[in-house]
Design a protein around this ligand. Structure first.
Ligand code: NAD
Length: 354
């Protein structure tokens, strides 16, 4: 056995009501005196609630986060932080709001506290992203890893079932690709398996009773573990394809992950039998690809890239873009292989492991 386990820690609090009861204490622990709360426009009300709990320590709410962190959005947030003389940031929302918080950590040096409201996992990674002229750049920097992460199930009870399902499968994708990431440590493998078990168990409960705070807590627990896998590993072909389809064809983030995942795993698993076996154990099935596809179907997730707005004529170009950048992947990435994955996912036909 050979591995390198190098995972910088963040402090994590998961508790019902924690966005109001725990965030002020996390701010105090970090010695912050002037924090800026950031969110997306739709999350402004929740952000104002967190700001209210912080009292005078909060110097403002900046509710302008947008998908994929456009550079002008990041610049305006930095200006706002400088004008208000903020010494820290609390990001409330999904991956887009946390992404803006990371831009503030990167460009203004503000320590970041994340209060996630989706299962995207960004809060557990040192990866930032910025989009300029339609091109998204990403990088790793320990400065953008949140110092504290506060999970509050109450913030997710109102998340629509459709978004809960696709965001949850987005989390499963991090764990699934972590299972065949090169040099992955045994602790990360265990984290991935437990993350999949927790999330796959919680999603049907969430879909059945969306307001069930305990089930929401179990889903956030799964999201935390899957996000930790994302932060500790490098992702393969699945994430590359999702990046291409989101970045160059404007497809929605979590929905694209959800449609693609079973097809990419069906392609990769013949070259990654151990990962397949571990995912199967986590899902309680000898056929993990079939189990995942079945779960997504039962939860009413979108089935095809066509449904998400991709045109059939774009498949060839998407395959070309995907093979243009090398990714660590258990199976060789060829234009023909990628086109096969994309065609299957475009049509939404049942994926089969060759
Ligand atoms: P998002 O943050 O864009 O949120 C999607 C939509 O859901 C938004 O309209 C938002 O207002 C709404 N929403 C969020 N929480 C909600 C809730 N609790 N109830 C109701 N609506 C809610 O999407 P996302 O999937 O969370 O994140 C995607 C973005 O994060 C992408 O840009 C992706 O690249 C990035 N990301 C980055 C990393 C990283 O490590 N840097 C990891 C994962 C995702």
């Amino acid at each position: 056995m050979e591995f390198v386990h190098d995972v910088p820690g963040s402090r994590v609090v998961l508790r019902s009501g924690a966005s109001l009861s725990a965030v002020p204490g996390e701010v105090e622990r970090l010695g912050l005196e002037r924090v800026l709360v950031v969110s997306g426009p739709r999350g402004a009300e929740v952000a104002h609630g967190v700001a209210g709990a912080l009292g005078p320590v909060c110097v403002g709410v900046h509710a302008e986060a947008r998908m994929h962190v456009p550079v002008d959005v990041a610049e305006r947030a930095v200006e706002s932080a400088e004008r208000l003389r903020a010494d820290g940031c609390v990001a409330v929302g999904g991956g887009s709001a946390i992404g803006l918080g990371k831009a503030l950590a990167l460009r203004a040096g503000l320590p970041l506290i994340a209060v996630p409201t989706t299962y995207s996992g960004s809060e557990m990674t040192p990866v930032w992203g910025l989009t300029e002229n339609g091109v998204k750049r990403t990088g790793r920097d320990p400065a953008v890893l949140p110092r504290s992460v506060v999970y509050d199930p109450e913030l997710t009870v109102g998340m629509p079932v459709a978004l809960s399902v696709t965001s949850g499968v987005n989390a499963l994708a991090h764990a699934a690709e972590g299972l065949y990431s090169p040099g992955v440590s045994p602790l990360v493998l265990l984290t991935a398996q437990e993350g999949v078990r927790a999330m796959a168990g919680a999603l049907p409960e969430v879909a059945a009773v969306p307001g069930d705070s305990a089930a929401r807590g179990r889903a956030l627990y799964g999201a935390w573990l899957c996000g930790a896998v994302l932060g500790a590993t490098v992702m393969g072909l699945h994430h590359r394809l999702a990046h291409v389809l989101g970045g160059s064809f404007g497809l929605p983030h979590s929905e694209t992950h959800t449609v693609l995942l079973p097809y990419v795993l069906a392609f990769n698993f013949p070259a990654a039998p151990e990962a397949s076996e571990r995912l199967g154990r986590a899902l309680g099935s000898a056929d993990p690809v079939g189990a995942l596809w079945g779960l997504c179907g039962r939860l009413g997730a979108p089935r095809s890239l066509g449904e998400l707005g991709l045109a059939e004529g774009d498949l060839g170009r998407a395959a070309e873009l995907a093979v243009g950048t090398a990714v660590p992947n258990p199976r060789a990435v060829t234009a023909e292989g990628v086109l096969g994955i994309l065609r299957g996912a475009f049509e939404g036909r049942e994926p089969r492991v060759p």
